[in-house]
Design a protein around this ligand. Structure first.
Ligand code: DON
Length: 303
């Protein structure tokens, strides 16, 4: 398969389109990002790599980090986690609060903000220095010690994260948060501020295409846990657009409001895109189009 040519064709077809979506503005620091950034990167299971555009420029991975915190938490709490967080698509935006009240503090899934806050709470209960542990975990997965949090992005979200504070307080009121609300929020904002390039992102997600082993061959999670996490990515990774992503792209994947998307084809490859303009559901507009073109041109989706 001529992957490099295919990535370049997709990049050329989309990079100058007039409709690129809107850069996230509710986190003030993210407003500064240039909407013309556009990168694509592919890592195959046999470690061939292909990239085009801004695939080596770090960006804020935001909600994509929720997959990594989930994987980390499952190492410690195992299936007990599913008593505290469900695995159903929410059919609503990532920061929607009504369901949390109706469903008495059990978030629909670990990728909406409320669910990710419960996962953060688990990590806080387990580690004395959760921020340090999580960063080391991600660096080890990626085999890359240069990956960092973006302090400015974390501070910016902390200053304006009223909806997350509301969700965290509701969780606390329902007894589904064991640590202090402000500590859980602080960790969550740092986790979301992780900065990675498309290359680093696809490398970090290699284990989800490789039965739980990272690119260095070390086992982090079991094949059964990979199955569960990929299933939740497929059904919940794009919030109220999860059906659309499965329909258009046909891969488990996860988006973030920094404009990144990562998707995996178990046993075959990891692919990542970065285009900061978002559609009205908060997912990267060009990223979704690029991935649709990729699986259509190659014929390699899970379906
Ligand atoms: O909590 C938030 O709103 C952000 N830190 C993350 C949201 C996000 O990335 C949603 N994804 N598309």
């Amino acid at each position: 398969m001529e992957y490099q040519r295919i990535l370049e064709e997709i990049h050329a077809a989309l990079k100058d389109v007039p409709q690129k979506g809107m850069v996230a503005s509710y986190i003030p620091e993210l407003r500064k990002i240039d909407a013309d950034r556009f990168g694509l990167y592919l890592l195959t299971l046999d470690k061939q790599e292909f990239g085009t555009g801004h695939f080596d420029t770090p960006f804020s991975i935001q909600s994509i980090s929720k997959v990594l915190s989930l994987a980390r938490a499952l190492e410690f709490v195992g299936t007990d986690l599913w008593e505290r967080v469900d695995v159903e698509p929410s059919g609503n935006p990532f920061n929607f609060l009504t369901l949390l009240e109706l469903e008495r503090g059990i978030p629909r899934n670990p990728f909406i903000n409320a669910g990710a806050l419960v996962v953060s709470d688990v990590l806080l209960s387990h580690f004395d220095n959760p921020k340090e542990d999580f960063l080391n975990y991600v660096r080890e997965l990626a085999q890359d010690g240069s990956i960092c949090y973006n302090e400015a992005v974390a501070a910016s979200e902390k200053a304006t994260g009223y909806r997350n504070a509301a969700a965290a307080n509701l969780l606390k009121a329902f007894g589904n948060m064991h640590n202090k609300v402000e500590d859980v929020l602080d960790f969550y904002f740092y986790q979301c501020s992780l900065s990675m390039s498309c290359r680093q992102l696809a490398t970090t997600f290699y284990m989800f295409a490789n039965s739980g082993k990272n690119a260095g061959g070390k086992t982090f999670i079991s094949p059964s846990q990979v199955k569960r996490i990929n299933a939740v990515m497929l059904t919940c990774g794009f919030y109220d657009e999860a059906g659309e992503f499965a329909f258009e792209v046909g891969l488990p994947g996860k988006s973030g409001v920094g404009g990144g998307i990562v998707a995996v084809h178990p046993g075959k490859y990891c692919i990542s895109t970065w285009a900061p303009g978002l559609n009205e559901k908060g997912n990267s507009l060009l990223g979704m189009q690029a991935l649709e073109m990729f699986t259509t041109k190659t014929g390699y989706s899970i379906f």
